[in-house]
Write a protein that binds this ligand. Structure first.
Ligand SMILES: Nc1ncnc2c1ncn2[C@@H]1O[C@H](COP(=O)(O)OP(=O)(O)O)[C@@H](O)[C@H]1O
Ligand SMILES: Nc1ccn([C@@H]2O[C@H](COP(=O)(O)O)[C@@H](O)[C@H]2O)c(=O)n1
Length: 271
């Protein structure tokens, strides 16, 4: 077993196993990225399965926020740190982890603690080789080196009023914030960074999902596609060692082939 150590001190081990189909799921804050991934897992009967047996797994980009300095933590506690800027993430660690996943290694992913603006000290998620890996986050298509690793790119496109209306109660209930903090952070950092860094990555998406998890037709079509992948997954050791581009050829990147799916199931070109 060849092991490599991540800079967070965790060990990634090779199992020489599957090369998964890697799906990136981007979108603004509270657009429903995690909920879309959860629905996909549920529809595929993967949600209740033991982590080790799962064919489809989901990872959050938030696990790759970089460690803050004491002065940055002080800023974060006052709502004055920009968590929506690409510099807030550890790009190298994201790339290394995804490359290990594509190489069929067992990968250990930290879990992020939004209340303390840091990775959880005693919780770690072990990702065993799977057939399909979903990687979701606000800026998963921002870094070119990371973007090119995805076999399929989804953008969850929910309007900004709805996103703010969902973010406020979520951050108060689940992320230890008060109303003023959420609104100040949103106006000073989240909204401008969405416009500058996240929204422009929509153009890289292969499929745009308007209204997120409410778009049952889009989710069903994606689930159907994943089911086909799981049915036709590579079985021989020779197939397993093929590079991902050969096992799962990249979809044609021409903008004219990009589609959005509306609630009637009609494929539309994005604006
Ligand atoms: N279609 C929906 N209808 C109602 N609430 C939703 C819907 N999708 C997501 N939410 C809620 O909005 C909040 C943000 O959703 P989430 O999936 O975590 O977004 P993201 O992962 O993009 O930040 C959560 O509290 C979630 O339960
Ligand atoms: N310590 C932190 C870290 C991140 N955030 C916010 O989380 C958002 C990304 O997560 P989503 O589930 O909403 O996609 C991002 O917009 C950051 O502002 C935070 O508030 N505190």
């Amino acid at each position: 077993m060849s092991d490599c150590r991540l800079s967070n001190g965790k060990i990634n081990g090779s199992e020489g196993g599957k090369t998964p189909f890697l799906i990136g799921v981007a979108g603004g804050t509270a657009s429903g990225k995690s909920t879309v991934c959860k629905r996909i897992m549920e529809k595929l009967g993967q949600a209740e399965i033991d982590n080790r047996q799962r064919q489809v797994v989901c990872i959050s980009q938030d696990s790759f926020y970089r460690e803050l300095t004491p002065s940055e933590i002080a800023k974060a506690e006052k709502g004055q740190f920009n968590f929506d800027h690409p510099d807030a993430f550890n790009e190298k660690l994201i790339k290394d982890a995804l490359m290990d996943i594509l190489a069929g290694k067992i990968v250990q992913i930290p879990i992020y603690d939004y209340k303390n603006h840091a990775l959880k000290k005693d919780e770690i998620l072990t990702i065993y080789p799977a057939d399909v890996v979903l990687f979701e986050g606000i800026l998963v298509f921002y870094f070119p080196e990371v973007r090119k690793l995805f076999h399929m790119k989804l953008f969850v496109d929910t309007d900004s009023d709805t996103r703010l209306a969902r973010r406020v109660p979520r951050d108060i209930k689940e992320r230890g914030r008060d109303l003023d903090q959420v609104l100040n952070q949103y106006m000073n950092f989240v909204k401008p960074a969405f416009e500058e860094f996240c929204f422009p990555t929509k153009k890289f998406a292969d499929v745009i999902i308007p209204r997120g998890a409410d778009n049952h037709v889009a989710i069903d079509l994606i689930v159907q596609h994943i089911r086909e992948l799981l049915t036709n997954k590579p079985r021989t050791s020779e197939e397993r060692t093929l590079p991902p581009a050969k096992l799962h050829p990249q979809p044609h990147q021409s903008p004219s082939k990009k589609v959005a799916i509306n609630s009637e199931g009609v494929f539309k070109r994005p604006h």
